[in-house]
Design a protein around this ligand. Structure first.
Ligand code: AMP
Length: 563
């Protein structure tokens, strides 16, 4: 029971994105975005190790992606759930450690905004994230000192934010294309109920791939290969192409890039970009078709389409959606911020905040979960589904299986996720042995899968003859973390120094000036050098009013130069 004298914990929602992350709080009956130390609501999900071994997160780190690519990491959410390590300088970091640093920075922003410590949040994940990726996200939160009150699927969070604002939606398809992932969710509003019918997606398709395709195309046109360009050159070209991609909707774009004493020119218009992106645009179709099929709907049955995620700003993507559905999408809310607002709304619903209209959400498990079985002599490695994709969660399903021969002493339960008939083509999740009482006959066993609202799985095996029950939480897959690995992560992060929040605006401007110096030449470069040195001098004088006014002037000047 809650002590009425204690303040209630803040109702926070976090969108931990591939490209940008946001934090929102439910306050006075609405979800509000919390600004970071620079006053921005979008914090780039980028981490950099400064020369004095302090950690920088956000815009300053993103500027260092160009100037110090070997000490900076971005888009690490794409590797969440794998054992890939990213080196910053010579220090290795796992994707969840890097995510923890981003979460820690958002937590600090919330604490500065609210004026008290915060300890819990609803965190959004791509709907198509696997069990392991969800667990690693929870672990990242733990490393940042946050407990996760719920993991919410990103499109579902967007649906919650829309649910509060719009009363006229019924059958809706949410098309969510972020920096690194693509999710399609079909849901139905019968307010206060929001019922998800189907969720599908591609964990390896996002706006970053569209930038990577441009990078490949222009290197090709210049008859260069990636191995001919150093890390700094690749980072500056990637940065320039990212900016070019975002402006393509406005007009034809020109690119001028200096490398190894040569200037390379490239120009691109929307039609040429669409040709380069043809394979990627094609990959957006299959998940849409599958989601509609699973929800047993035709495109014309939909009442509305909602676009979520920064990459849906691309005209090529909007055009594809309009062609596929024969209508214009609905985009009243900002696709960049809607997921965080929805996550905070979910935090309020979960805490039964009186000020939020009661919204009841039902979600689905986006992929099929099952076990490996033997289907007769020589037919090994068959996948037997227990929970089929797009089953409403929480759910608990049971299937009956048989031992293969008398006197069997144990049975191996190997759990997989996927949509293919052979386990070798699906994702292995976990395996464990269940001891049997050997008998002279074939035995029966029931395997029950329970999948909870956060998307985490538990397996129960019951031997029918003895009623012996064996419970197994899937908390460690082959790529999963054991206790020692978790402790190492805690220890590693505990020794890191994080750049003080109040010094971030100055640090960010210095990083931005260094990047601008690198990107410019001639008189412009000389001008930027003058700004960099004058700002360094002003910082040395430690007069805060003067520092602030100088900083504003220089940020404005850099904005004007689009640097
Ligand atoms: P998100 O993960 O939702 O923040 O989406 C980030 C992705 O959206 C990145 O790949 C960005 O390049 C892309 N993006 C953001 N704004 C635009 C824009 N105006 N045009 C094209 N892509 C954009």
């Amino acid at each position: 029971m809650q002590d009425a004298t204690l303040p209630r914990p803040a109702l926070l929602g976090i969108d931990l994105g591939t490209t940008n992350s946001l934090i929102a709080v439910w306050q006075d009956g609405q979800a509000r975005l919390i600004p970071n130390a620079l006053g921005d609501v979008l914090t780039p999900s980028v981490v950099s190790l400064d020369e004095d071994d302090t950690i920088l997160v956000g815009k300053a780190a993103r500027a260092r992606l160009t100037t110090h690519p070997d000490r900076t990491a971005a888009a690490f959410k794409r590797f969440m759930g794998s054992d890939k390590q990213v080196e910053l300088g010579s220090r290795p970091f796992s994707p969840e450690e890097l995510s923890a640093l981003v979460l820690g920075s958002l937590k600090q922003d919330a604490e500065a905004f609210l004026g008290h410590p915060v300890s819990e949040a609803v965190i959004s994940v791509p709907a198509y994230f696997s069990d392991e990726q969800r667990k690693r996200t929870m672990f990242a939160a733990e490393l940042a000192g946050l407990s996760v009150t719920r993991l919410i699927n990103e499109p579902t969070a967007a649906a919650m934010a829309y649910g509060l604002h719009e009363q006229k939606l019924e059958r809706t398809l949410i098309f969510d294309l972020g920096g690194g992932t693509f999710d399609v969710t079909v849901l139905e509003y019968a307010l206060p109920l929001i019922e998800v019918h189907a969720s599908t997606g591609d964990n390896f398709l996002g706006g970053e791939d569209f930038t990577a395709a441009l990078l490949e195309a222009c290197l090709n046109d210049w008859q260069l290969t990636p191995s001919m360009v150093d890390a700094q050159g690749m980072a500056s070209l990637g940065d320039a192409l990212e900016q070019l991609k975002c402006k393509l909707g406005e007009s034809k774009q020109q690119l001028s890039w200096r490398h190894a004493g040569q200037t390379f020119e490239w120009s691109l218009d929307e039609a040429a970009a669409v040709r380069i992106w043809e394979p990627l645009l094609g990959r957006l179709r299959a998940p849409i078709e599958q989601a509609l099929r699973d929800a047993r709907l035709n495109p014309r049955d939909l009442d509305s389409l909602v676009l979520v995620g920064g990459a849906t700003r691309m005209p090529a993507v909007q055009q594809l959606v309009a062609t596929l559905f024969g209508r214009l999408p609905y985009r009243h809310l900002d696709p960049d911020t809607i997921v965080a607002l929805g996550a905070a709304t979910q935090a309020a619903c979960k805490a039964r905040d009186g000020a939020v209209e009661e919204l009841i959400l039902t979600d689905v498990c986006p992929y099929t979960l099952g076990i490996e079985t033997l289907r007769g002599k020589g037919v090994e490695g068959a996948f037997s589904p227990i929970i089929e994709r797009n089953t409403v969660i929480p759910t608990s399903r049971v299937e009956r299986y048989y031992t293969t021969h008398p006197h069997q002493e144990k049975i191996r339960i190997a759990v997989y996720q996927g949509e293919r008939p052979w386990v070798r083509d699906n994702i292995f999740i976990d395996a464990f042995d269940v001891a049997l009482m050997p008998t002279d006959h074939i035995q029966q066993l029931d395997v029950r899968f329970s999948y909870d609202i956060n998307g985490l799985l538990e397996v129960d095996v019951t031997l029918l003859e003895t009623r012996a029950r064996h419970s197994h939480s899937i908390d460690r897959s082959p790529t999963g973390l054991d206790e020692q690995a978790r402790k190492n992560s805690h220890d590693r992060l505990a020794t890191l120094k994080v750049h003080p929040r109040d010094a971030l605006p100055n640090r960010t401007l210095l990083a931005r000036l260094e990047r601008a110096w690198m990107q410019s030449l001639g008189d412009e470069r000389e001008q930027i050098a003058e700004w960099l040195y004058s700002f360094t001098r002003v910082l040395g004088d430690q007069q805060s009013a003067e520092i602030a006014s100088h900083r504003t002037q220089l940020n404005d000047a850099l904005d004007e130069l689009r640097l």
